[in-house]
Design a protein around this ligand. Structure first.
Ligand SMILES: Cc1cc2nc3c(=O)[nH]c(=O)nc-3n(C[C@H](O)[C@H](O)[C@H](O)COP(=O)(O)OP(=O)(O)OC[C@H]3O[C@@H](n4cnc5c(N)ncnc54)[C@H](O)[C@@H]3O)c2cc1C
Length: 318
């Protein structure tokens, strides 16, 4: 989801980044498609937030009021309006909001297109290179892996939830920085008829969205279990129950797949996106629940800083 409507309530560093990145998305997708020749499933689908009782409805309306001055528009929908937008949704509601600017993108398409676009431009991608340590010395950087050390003019530490496992030093001194940590989340997928959902459907911490081909995703959970990749059947049952409650049609269907991932949590009020003082190491991690949304703004910010850096040397290194 590219959905500040469901996330942002007050103006802060997160909201500014999220809204800027949402604005950048159409051009980001167009540029990536053109550079890679790969079509990206990106749609400004909008999102419908439903309230099932008066208390939920009042809190949705308060949120919408707070969002308006931030530039997040929404409109009130009746039950009949919701049914028009989402014919599968046939529940009684206390009220609903439509967020026209929220969008959907398939992050796997983004990654495929990014990879191709990078390769076309001569970027060498080394998979399986596990970085242990990054050392900055003046205008050069050493990136130490398990059996190889790379020498570069610039390094960007962007290892998501794992970023704190990589040691960073500047001129031999250990650099302290905010800790990253994993916040596991499960998702559940259903194969439905293409076009049967339309906008994202949300209520509280449950949402359902559909990709163009009909693959429909219900989420999610938030678990502090470290880097444990095992699927948790209880969590999956909880998500399918909540999704079936939100959209009863789903309770008649079996999910086809379930998976989990690690949101990069951070011990700081916003993601780390900055240059370390006096050397050529940049940090770009801690995007928590919004790393897909924040991709273009992160790329812009970091690449502009690197390109305008007076210490940047040349294009020849790794
Ligand atoms: C269930 C769930 C739902 C989500 N929904 C949304 C959503 O709707 N919208 C949204 O915007 N975001 C969403 N997110 C969050 C989003 O997925 C993350 O914020 C985003 O993936 C972070 O990107 P990243 O590149 O910083 O980290 P990652 O995607 O985690 O990538 C980090 C990379 O670093 C590599 N790495 C780790 N250690 C090392 C090392 N030592 N050396 C070299 N490489 C290393 C890893 O292999 C990995 O490839 C969701 C996340 C989850 C789990």
């Amino acid at each position: 989801m590219l959905a500040p409507g469901g996330e942002v309530e007050t103006r802060d560093a997160w909201s500014d980044l999220a809204l800027e990145s949402l604005r950048l998305y159409p051009d980001f997708v167009a540029e990536l498609e053109s550079a890679s020749g790969i079509l990206i499933d990106y749609r400004r689908s909008g999102a419908v937030d439903v309230a099932f009782d008066e208390g939920e409805w009042q809190s949705l309306r308060r949120r919408a009021e707070a969002q308006r001055p931030l530039g997040i528009p929404s409109i009130c929908l009746s039950a009949a309006d919701v049914l028009t937008r989402i014919p599968l949704f046939n529940r009684e509601i206390a009220g609903a909001l439509f967020y026209p600017e929220d969008a959907i993108v398939d992050p796997r398409d983004i990654m495929r297109a990014l990879r191709t676009a990078c390769c076309v431009r001569g970027v060498e991608i080394r998979e399986g290179f596990r970085t242990r340590r990054i050392d900055g010395h003046g205008d050069s950087v050493e990136v130490e892996g398990e059996c190889l050390t790379l020498h570069a003019s610039v390094a960007v530490l962007a290892a998501g939830a794992w970023s704190s496992q990589i040691q960073v030093s500047v001129n031999g001194a250990h650099e302290s920085r905010p800790q990253s940590f994993p916040v596991r989340g499960h998702l559940v997928g259903y194969q439905l008829e293409a076009g049967s959902l339309g906008p994202i459907l949300r209520s509280g911490r449950t949402y359902v969205l559909q990709r163009s081909g009909g693959f429909t995703i219900a989420g999610t959970s938030s678990e502090n279990v470290g880097f444990d990749r095992n699927l948790d059947e209880r969590v999956i049952r909880d998500i399918t129950a909540r999704a079936g409650d939100l959209l009863p049609y789903l309770s008649q269907r079996s999910y086809t797949t379930a998976w989990n991932g690690f949101r990069p949590g951070i011990d700081a009020p916003a993601p780390e996106m900055r240059r370390l003082d006096g050397n050529n190491i940049w940090l770009a991690y801690g995007h928590y629940r919004n790393g897909i949304l924040l991709a273009p703004v992160t790329a812009n910010l970091i690449s502009r800083q690197i390109l305008s850096s007076s210490q940047h040397v040349g294009p020849h290194q790794n």
